[in-house]
Design a binder for this molecule. Structure first.
Ligand code: NAD
Length: 361
């Protein structure tokens, strides 16, 4: 039975990954989830699996070397899947330091503890141990508007925000461990994810939540910034496939080939909400294009991201299974069924964050 150490498993992608893995492997694997439970970590995301015998939650900071070392000493870890990070660009513009702390230092701690646990006396590593570092396409910088260019694994890094700079630094550390020690790792760089359990500071859940309440739908700048969107379960599947079928020491880009302007995303969400809300539901009256409100652009806002997932397709056979129309319907249906989840995460500190972000401060 393989034992996984998942970091940041109480967050958006991490919790979807844990659900995906139990659905796929059931009792063939064991998962230890280590998460600090920041504002973005939520154990409610894992309610339905928390009592499994093959699942353990450990509340710890990945920067806490002793806590992480203890997990490796007490368990024979076979796989590390490293999600834990500060993940929101806007927050990184306001407070970059915590991004360096968690994303760079935390990754160094994870690498070092795994190396310590897995390294043999001759400097090689125990058979079958693997570390997967989950990263972003934002490390590659920005592409021009009207270009057919894509990000490839060979595209030079050119991060612009404190978030992407911290993720780029963490990727470089993983590369350094692979180059220096032949540490058994992979890096995945993925485009924007959407789906269940996504915290509503990110575009898609923010728009769904605000539209259903008749609140303004804030759009940065001219709304024409382009992102490539991938349904989160397709990402989870890609991570598992890279770890099991990918070549060690390689980077794989994961993307949806689904480029859309932010304003297009908003129109699709509004149309889909109208289609899915039943006749007579009072929210149908609230959902309207009139709610769209253009706000001052994000500082240093990258214009266009577009991933070329050619390598992962050719070498591993992964492809995005969920088209955007289907994925957005599944996401909206999930939010309809989990109104309490949304109410809980948008109470308290979220309100202050939201007011600070969009009141022009
Ligand atoms: P998220 O913010 O939803 O979740 C991050 C999780 O990490 C939370 O549970 C949080 O509590 C935990 N965490 C934060 N700091 C920690 C620390 N110091 N110690 C332990 N746990 C800590 O993020 P997400 O959107 O799920 O992203 C997960 C990973 O995927 C990140 O590394 C991110 O860079 C990467 N990624 C995200 C996207 C996306 O679209 N969301 C796309 C590509 C890559």
């Amino acid at each position: 039975m393989r034992t996984y150490l998942v970091t940041g498993g109480a967050g958006f992608i991490g919790s979807n990954y844990i659900h995906y893995m139990f659905k796929k492997y059931d009792n063939e694997i064991r998962i230890i989830n280590v998460d600090k439970l920041t504002y973005a970590g939520n154990l409610e995301n894992l309610k339905d699996i928390e009592n499994r015998d093959n699942y353990t939650f450990v509340k710890a900071d990945i920067c806490d070397k002793e806590a992480i070392r203890k997990i490796f000493q007490e368990n024979d870890i076979d796989r590390v899947v490293h999600f834990a990070a500060e993940s929101h660009v806007d927050r990184s513009i306001v407070n970059p330091e915590v991004f360096v702390q968690t994303n760079v230092l935390g990754t160094a701690v994870m690498l070092n503890c795994a190396k310590e646990a897995w390294e043999l006396e001759d400097g090689s590593f125990k058979e079958g141990k693997k570390f997967l570092h989950v990263s972003t396409d934002e490390v590659y910088g920005s592409l021009p508007d009207d270009d057919n260019a894509f990000f490839y694994e060979t595209t030079p890094y050119d991060p612009h925000s404190p978030y992407s700079a911290s993720k780029a630094s963490s990727d470089m550390l993983v590369k350094a461990y692979m180059d220096t020690y032949k540490f058994p790792a992979n890096i995945t760089n993925c485009s924007n994810n959407y789906g269940p359990y996504q915290f509503p500071e990110k575009l898609i859940p923010l728009i769904i939540n605000n539209a259903l309440q008749g609140k303004d739908l804030p759009v940065y700048g001219d709304g024409k910034n382009v992102r490539d969107w991938l349904y989160v379960e397709d990402h989870a599947k890609g991570i598992d496939m890279v770890q099991e079928q990918g070549k060690l020491f390689e980077t794989y880009n994961i993307g949806g080939h689904n480029e859309k302007q932010n304003i297009q995303i908003i129109h699709i969400i509004l149309d889909t909400l109208q289609e899915m809300l039943p006749e007579g539901d009072p929210r149908k009256e609230l959902v309207s294009e009139k709610l769209i409100k253009y706000v001052t652009d994000r500082k240093g806002h990258d214009r266009r991201y577009a991933i070329a997932p050619d390598k992962i397709k050719a070498e591993i056979g992964w492809y995005p299974e969920t088209c955007f129309e289907e994925g957005i319907k599944k996401t909206i249906a999930w939010f309809f069924e989990h109104e309490d989840w949304m109410k809980n995460v948008t109470s308290g500190d979220y309100q202050k964050y939201y007011n600070d972000m969009y009141s022009g401060k």
